[in-house]
Design a protein around this ligand. Sequence first.
Ligand SMILES: O=C(O)COP(=O)(O)O
Ligand SMILES: [Mg+2]
Length: 222
Amino acid sequence: MIELILTDLDGTLTMDRGTYLLDTRAIEALRRAERAGIRVALVSGNSYPVLRGLYNYLGITGGIVAENGCFVYYNFQTERVCETIPRSVVEDFRNKFNLRESWQNEFRKSDFGFTPAQITPEIKAWADERGLVVQSSGYALHLAGKPGGKGAGVKRLLELVGVQSEKVGAIGDSRTDIEMFTYAKVKAAVGNADPDLVKEANVKLKLKSGAGFTEFIEMILG
Ligand SMILES: O=C(O)COP(=O)(O)O
Ligand SMILES: [Mg+2]
């Protein structure tokens, strides 16, 4: 019996990958899960203020993992689980690789977003030399302090909620969601997910993004 669902946001609750428009049927589906007693958590590369606002308006209760795993919220408690990156390092990175910063960077301390979203070998080497972590969600390139990645935040969230991974379902669309699967029994990839995530999934959904999320909730609720 699943007690907690970890859901990614961009590409998973949206109408497609590459858009920010939420799928309204996916919103209805997550409310159905909550009504059935299954908590839903947002696990995303977005910043905490963006996710906290959304969380309240969506009406979910499973907590938040923000900044791609680096910041956790549950039941009015918050925790930072990665090292912070000084603003000067963020600016050096942006200037060196000619990147555009996410408007949300103003609200971030450990994990920063940039476009274009592609990781080059030069970018990887620059981050490695400084003990930083780079990842791409398809929406954005992320530069984070150690340990970085959704796994660290999810591990802490499960402790705070007090749920074992045998009772957790996770759903996502991109490579950055692979780490969530380590802490879930049901590991779902939406129909249009990155092939690297599909490989790790034990539930391969037919439908894309938000429609795939709805398909997943229907499967869980039976
Ligand atoms: O912030 C991003 O790059 C993507 O966010 P996501 O983790 O909700 O897909
Ligand atoms: Mg995503």
